[in-house]
Design a protein around this ligand. Structure first.
Ligand SMILES: [Zn+2]
Length: 308
């Protein structure tokens, strides 16, 4: 059986919130089968519970946030990406601020945190959302689509017309039948432009943004002294984001995702287009591992995810 997963123990981390610039404490707690990923704003009295839900997604301009009763948890996508990558189905996420800490701008610190807590397989079959027919969403020259596929792959292309980005590969395909989330995706950092950071900070946004949690560029070059972590780190980060955004539907997808110039807003729209077409998807599980597609066994069949 391909099983649901949670953590073995509670784990805690602190970091800076990208937008508020304040210290944020994050606590990840194991959860029972079929709980899903549930965020808790523990700084509110009473605490507010916000389950991962594509219809609760708000404010997709710079990050993906969830909103309920006028309160938010922002910047959930990198943590959601790490949870999807390690196959964590059930988790309570306590946070004492309106955003998840940005850490180093990638999902690698979340992966480290999850591995430190240990991953536990549960006595319930993992539920996948299988895409049965193609769905597509377009906005001008940006588009995103999902096609049926017995596994999970993502193909992304970007156009920035910036010398530092154009020097790198601007398209990539990641297929988890052969790629490893931890090795090939997790370390890709978010990126931004110096003039945007200055403008945002003068408007009270991105107050926690720095060279410690993003690739920052001026008009010509990358300003981070250490350079890039992957030769194609920019487009890889878009894949990392898409994995996190798509996981807000509550289940891993069995689908191939293709996107051009898309971002958080389009990733959310394609989930809504998919879910609203009842013919386009079904929830499946694999009681017998032999019945699971090889790509699913490769990604989720081991007791623990591959270490590299
Ligand atoms: Zn991101």
């Amino acid at each position: 059986m391909i099983r649901q997963r949670t953590l073995k123990s509670i784990v805690k981390a602190t970091g800076v919130g990208l937008h508020g610039g304040r210290k944020v404490t994050l606590v990840l707690r194991p959860a029972a089968p079929d709980t899903g990923i549930v965020f808790h704003r523990v700084d509110l009295d009473p605490p507010l519970t916000l389950p991962a839900d594509p219809y609760a997604v708000c404010d997709t301009r710079m990050c993906s946030g969830l909103e309920k009763n006028g309160e938010k948890v922002g910047t959930v996508e990198h943590l959601m990406s790490a949870l999807a990558g390690l196959g964590i189905d059930n988790l309570h996420v306590d946070v004492d601020a309106p955003e998840i800490p940005i850490l180093d701008g990638s999902s690698a610190p979340f992966v480290f945190l999850l591995q430190s807590a240990g991953i536990e397989e549960q006595k319930a079959p993992k539920k996948f959302l299988r895409v049965k027919k193609p769905v597509e969403y377009r906005e001008g020259d940006k588009w995103v689509r999902l096609d049926p596929y017995d596994g999970f792959s993502l193909e992304f292309s970007i156009v920035f017309d910036h010398p530092a980005i154009d020097r790198t590969a601007t398209s990539v395909k990641v297929d988890f039948a052969t790629h490893s989330y931890i090795r090939d995706v997790a370390r890709a950092r978010t990126f931004g432009f110096m003039q945007d950071v200055e403008f945002m900070q003068s408007n009270g946004l991105a107050l926690g943004g720095s060279l410690d949690n993003a690739i920052v560029m001026d008009e010509y070059r990358v300003l981070n002294a250490e350079g890039l972590r992957y030769a194609d780190e920019f487009v890889k980060h878009k894949v990392l984001d898409a994995i996190g955004d798509l996981y807000l539907c509550g289940h891993p997808l069995l689908a191939s995702y293709t996107a051009h110039k898309a971002g958080h807003a389009l990733n959310n729209q394609i989930l809504r287009v998919l879910l609203e077409d009842r013919e386009a998807w079904e929830v499946v599980s694999f009681e017998q591992p032999r019945a699971a597609p090889p790509a699913v066994v490769h990604q989720f069949g081991d007791a623990l995810p591959a270490q590299a």
